[in-house]
Design a protein around this ligand. Structure first.
Ligand code: 13P
Length: 248
């Protein structure tokens, strides 16, 4: 399975920095690359990135979508529109959206369903908080989130799951490779019991949380890890490239 490296720029970047970063990456990937690379800039920069990335190995993703196709939802973005402007992926259920916007598993599931309906691949995020981890609830939280955040028609071919322990995001702390392997194994097990779970062996499960050039090799070589969802390090061309090059 080809590793998937997704750069989640979050609320960072400008038209100028998007152009510089994307053209820098486009130049690097033109020599050939082992991974599939997705850039997820803030929505106002999607067109800039699309125009700069060329038709090579870079693909476009958004950071969120609405559950409805269109309508009176000021400030929200339709998955159908994202598809029309060239997105292939959309992140849904990121812990920052779950926390900042009160998104429940049911909301995340509806957004993932909208993404699938539009022909986008949802990158559905799950992960426990530090408090849940300390209480020994990681397994239960992950099971609930996978069971409740994925639509019935999610399959290994049309959906990506990202395991992002909340306490590892932007903190410089990463889960141990043993913990990552255990949670990814669990995600695959839970997924395999869902309605679309046949062929769960082919489900791409990304790890996210303080992935950078210096730790990418160990994480990306971990059993059950099929790529990474990268925040801060995806804003730095050289560090992001080191992560891409670390793919086995
Ligand atoms: P960092 O890589 O900055 O920890 O962010 C991870 C993340 O939330 C990606 O979606």
């Amino acid at each position: 399975m080809t590793h998937l490296i997704a750069g989640n720029w979050k609320m960072n970047g400008s038209p100028a920095s998007a152009k510089t970063l994307t053209s820098g990456l486009a130049a690097k990937v033109s020599a050939g690359v082992k991974a599939e690379i997705v850039l997820c800039p803030p929505a106002p920069l999607l067109a800039e990135v699309a125009a700069t990335m060329g038709s090579g190995a870079l693909t476009l993703g958004a950071q969120d979508c609405h559950a409805n196709e269109k309508g009176a939802h000021t400030g929200d973005i339709s998955a159908v529109l994202l598809k029309e402007i060239g997105c292939k992926f959309v992140i849904v259920g990121h812990s920052e959206r779950r926390a900042d916007h009160g998104e429940t598993d049911a909301v995340v599931k509806a957004k993932a369903a909208a993404a699938l309906m539009a022909g986008l691949t949802p990158i559905v995020c799950v992960g426990e908080t530090e408090q849940q981890r300390e209480r020994g609830e990681t397994g239960a939280v992950i099971t609930r989130q996978v069971q409740s955040s994925l639509p019935e028609n999610a399959t290994a071919a049309n959906t990506v799951v990202a395991y992002e322990p909340v306490w590892a995001i932007g903190t410089g702390k990463t889960a141990t490779t043993a913990d990552i392997a255990a949670v990814h194994f669990q995600i695959r097990e839970v997924f395999s019991a869902l309605p679309g779970g046949a062929g769960a062996g082919a489900l791409r499960i990304l790890y996210g949380g303080s992935v950078k050039g210096s730790n990418a090799q160990a994480i990306l070589a971990t059993a059950g890890v099929n790529g990474a969802l990268v925040g801060g390090a995806s804003l730095d061309l050289d560090d992001f490239w080191r992560i891409i090059e670390a793919c086995p």
